[in-house]
Every structure is written in C-alpha cells, then in structure tokens.
Design a protein around this ligand. Structure first.
Ligand SMILES: Nc1ncnc2c1ncn2[C@@H]1O[C@H](COP(=O)(O)OP(=O)(O)OP(=O)(O)O)[C@@H](O)[C@H]1O
Ligand SMILES: [Mg+2]
Length: 256
C-alpha cells in the first residue's frame, strides 16, 4: 500500500510593522538575509493505513546562496524526504520552508508548480532522461515546459549542452551515452531556464570514479560561478571535499 503524507494546517500570521498609519510593511518572518533556504521546525509523518512513520523530526536548517550543501546519513535516515521537502516536491506535515524569501509550504499547488519550474532544477541518481529522445531533445522538452519560445529553444539547448561539455553528443540517444555523459545531459536539463536552486539526489551513485569526478566538478562550478545554491544528497565521500557544509541525518533527526 502506498503511504500518503499527513498535512497539518498551520496558521502562521504574517508579522507586519506599522511605519505610519497608511503603510504596513511585511517583515521577513524567516529573517532570511543571505540565506537561500531556511527550513524551520520540519516534521514529516507518513501514514500507511493505521501505521504512522515519523520520517523527519524538528528539522531546522539554513542553507546559503552559492553554497554546496550536502545531506548525508545512513539509508532510511530521511535524506530524500528532506531534499523533496526543500525542493517543494513534498509538503511537510508541519513546519515551513522558505526558498529565496518565499515560503513554499504556503503556496497553492499551481503556485508551487510554477515556482519549481522557474527556480529549481532537479538531478536524480538514475538520470531520468527520456530514452526515445536525443540528448538535445531531452533538454528542449524542459525548455518548452519552462516557456521558452520555439525559435529560441534549439539554440538554448545547444548552449546548455555546451556548458556541460557535450555539444558534440547532441544527437545521441541516452543508450549511446556513458553514465557520466547521461548525468551531464541531466544536469544541462536541470539548468534549463537558469534556476537558482539545484537539488540533486545521489547524482554520482551510478557513476564510475572518473565520471563521478567530472559531475562533481561541474556541480561545484555551477554553484560557484553561477552563484547557485546546490543541495545534494550523497554517500560519496569525495563530494565532502568540494562541499561548503554537511548536514547529517540519523533516524530523521539532524545531527549537525
Ligand atoms: N511515501 C512513504 N511512505 C511511507 N514511508 C516512507 C515514504 N517515503 C519514505 N518513507 C520512509 O521514510 C524513511 C526515510 O526515507 P528516505 O527515502 O528519505 O531515506 P533516505 O535517507 O533517502 O534513504 P536512502 O539512502 O536509502 O535513499 C524511510 O524509513 C522510508 O521507508
Ligand atoms: Mg534516498
């Protein structure tokens, strides 16, 4: 049976400051400052029939712009669940997540879908490319979804492939690419529309050491040169060297 997340309705009254009787200014309830992502009091409870599973317990996490933030911990500790919540794919049972100053946990479904499309690129362990489409077509699909005009799509897709060093493989299908190349296509796709946030779930787990290295350097370059915020779940100890911060989860609790 598939479990469904439980949602508590949380009513956060927005603080306001009265500057003069005619002007009310919204204060930043999360005091985000230079923080790109602020997660507060996150709880996640999955319910399967009468069984409840408390997957995340009182998570508080600040992630800074331009940083590579790792989420590490044993299997089942809640890393993917937390990444999905930070990326607005899952809504937590309670608590808030603020991305770039906006509370994604309070958005409607359609607002959230638009926000994700514009601001977040996702990268997965298994690449998730369309097998019937070529490398460039996989990227074009993403650009179309993000509202790019037909006449600019091919050029932009080529630019993105070029950024990941694969311009010469544009017409290949995923089956004719190596694992590392497939992941680089997936990264190019995640970069469609130039999102500020990149969320990656074990992006090097399916790669040999050399391709893993190429993907790690690319992600670092994206964070540092593009001033993007990269949040990455990983078991890969090599990534620790290029990360700015590491958060460890154990049984749904953040250790550091
Ligand atoms: N939809 C769901 N329904 C019920 N339980 C779930 C659901 N999704 C995740 N869980 C449980 O929540 C816990 C955390 O899962 P999660 O996938 O976040 O772990 P993880 O740290 O990413 O593990 P891994 O390293 O193996 O990928 C696990 O015990 C998992 O079984
Ligand atoms: Mg996982």
């Amino acid at each position: 049976m598939t479990a469904t997340p439980i949602h508590f309705q949380v009513d956060l009254t927005e603080p306001t400051q009265v500057l003069n009787p005619n002007t009310r200014v919204k204060l930043d309830p999360f005091q985000t400052g230079t923080k790109a992502i602020v997660a507060r009091n996150i709880e996640m409870v999955f319910q399967s029939g009468s069984q409840k599973f408390h997957a995340l317990k009182n998570i508080n996490l600040d992630i800074y712009r331009g940083d590579i933030q790792l989420l590490m911990g044993p299997s089942g500790s809640g890393k993917t669940t937390l990444l999905s919540i930070l990326g607005g794919i899952l809504t937590p049972t309670s608590g808030s997540v603020c991305l770039g100053g906006q509370d994604v946990t309070r958005m409607s479904r359609s607002q959230l879908a638009k926000f994700r499309l514009k601001n977040i690129g996702f990268i997965f362990q298994e690449f998730n490319l369309f097998p019937a489409l070529t490398a460039i077509e996989n990227i074009e699909v993403a650009l179309k979804l993000k509202g790019f005009k037909d006449q600019s799509i091919r050029k932009e897709a080529m630019n993105l492939l070029d950024q990941v060093g694969l311009a010469d493989r544009a017409k290949r299908h995923p089956r004719d690419l190596s694992g590392g190349q497939k992941q680089r296509v997936a990264i190019a796709r995640a970069l469609a529309g130039n999102p500020q946030f990149i969320m990656a779930d074990e992006p090097t787990a399916a790669l040999d050491s050399q391709s893993g290295h190429a993907v790690i350097s690319l992600l670092r370059q994206l964070a540092k040169e593009g001033n993007r915020t990269v949040v990455m779940v990983t078991h890969d100890p090599r990534i620790i060297d290029v990360a700015d911060r590491v958060a460890y989860l154990e049984d749904g609790v953040l250790k550091s």
